[in-house]
Design a protein around this ligand. Structure first.
Ligand code: ADP
Ligand code: MG
Length: 339
């Protein structure tokens, strides 16, 4: 028996963290948000397979941090396990840049407020800086990842399929839309092969903003979001997949089956054609704000699964909010039919 060479280990692990174009965009955007950016530009070439670029106007990376910025498990966000209880950033594992380097060719340009000019660094597959040169870019950070999955031909082939490319692009658009909604002050643009695709849109007329603070057992739970108005048109406020039912916990996009199910039930119950509504998922954004110490976000590599210490309380708060909005309560016959 022999140990695998370190490059092989890196590629194997990284390709589990970074499984798609969407993952790369999500990790880069979250780094930009963690750096306090108010403006984000996302550029894709060939649906991101040839190039993904995320440019921000955030804090930049300090020169002393640059040598380790793409080394696995180096992070500026937490310094010990206890810090997770006060986590206010999206990142905390110091894994994303290292993983993106392993599966693509990465160039990072950065400038902090203290730097005179920006520097552009080429980073190798091991996360090491191989060259640097001055650049004209202003304050903030630009990360460019080129030739995604070149060493993983099966995956590259899979994502190269034109239907898959378009699906992936839709998911990227949906994700950016969700960040735009959860962060109203953020400017965010997306372009594909240099064509502007998307900018923060207006809230549709079928939608309503709703926010509520709920106190349960001395814990404050905040719920804020955009929801289809009761009785709104089914076609324009729902989708056949749950991809656009955005659930955030402390501004982090999450997958939570029980919350999703609850939302879907109430939405269905508010529709006149319950049978059609039952097969659809509402397009909405809900951000649940709870104390950081009551959430475990470290369950999956992509940080989208969360464990809630006070799950029952959170579900109750969500339900209270939905009753206020849609006017049904569990036990109503309509709701039972809602599935
Ligand atoms: P994590 O986000 O978990 O810390 P990453 O690998 O995503 O790990 O990033 C490593 C480090 O690089 C971050 O902790 C941060 O200090 C720095 N960094 C990455 N992207 C940016 C950015 N856009 N702006 C400022 N700093 C960044
Ligand atoms: Mg990160």
């Amino acid at each position: 028996m022999k140990a695998l060479p370190p490059e092989t280990v890196r590629l194997l692990c990284s390709s589990q963290v970074i499984t798609s174009v969407l993952n790369v965009v999500k990790e880069l955007v979250e780094n930009s948000l963690d750096a306090g950016s108010s403006s984000l530009e996302v550029k894709l070439e060939n649906y991101g397979l040839d190039r993904i670029e995320v440019r921000d106007n955030g804090s930049g990376i300090k020169a002393t941090d640059v040598p380790v910025m793409a080394v696995k498990h180096y992070t500026s966000k937490i310094s010990c396990h206890e810090d997770l209880e006060r986590l206010e950033t999206y990142g905390f594992r110091g894994e994303a840049l290292a993983s993106i380097c392993a599966i693509s060719e990465v160039v990072i340009t950065t400038k902090t407020a203290d730097d005179d000019f920006s520097l552009q660094y080429s980073v190798d597959h091991n996360g090491q800086i191989v060259s640097q040169k001055p650049s004209h870019l202003g304050e903030g950070t630009t990360v460019c990842a080129a030739n995604l999955f070149r060493k993983l031909p099966v995956r590259r082939q899979y994502y190269s399929n034109s239907k898959k490319c378009k699906e992936e692009l839709k998911r990227v658009q949906n994700l950016l839309m969700a960040y735009a909604v959860v962060k109203p002050e953020l400017r965010i643009t997306l372009s594909l092969n240099k064509y502007g695709l998307w900018q923060r849109g207006k809230i549709k007329k079928n939608y309503t903003r709703f926010n509520m603070e709920i106190y349960l057992m001395f814990v404050q739970i905040g719920i804020d979001g955009f929801f289809p108005k009761p009785g709104s048109d089914l076609n324009s406020t729902s989708s056949s997949s749950p991809d656009k039912t955005f659930i955030f916990v402390n501004s982090r996009p999450v997958h939570h089956k029980e919350i999703l199910k609850l939302i879907k039930q109430y939405y269905t119950s508010a529709q006149s054609n319950k049978e059609s509504a039952n097969r659809r998922y509402p397009i909405l954004m809900m951000n649940i704000t709870i104390p950081a110490s009551t959430v475990d976000v470290n369950l999956t590599p992509d940080k989208t699964e969360v464990m809630l210490q006070n799950k029952e309380g959170v579900l109750l708060a969500v339900e209270t909010m939905l009753i206020s909005l849609y006017g049904y309560s569990i036990g109503d016959d309509d709701l039972k039919a809602g599935g």
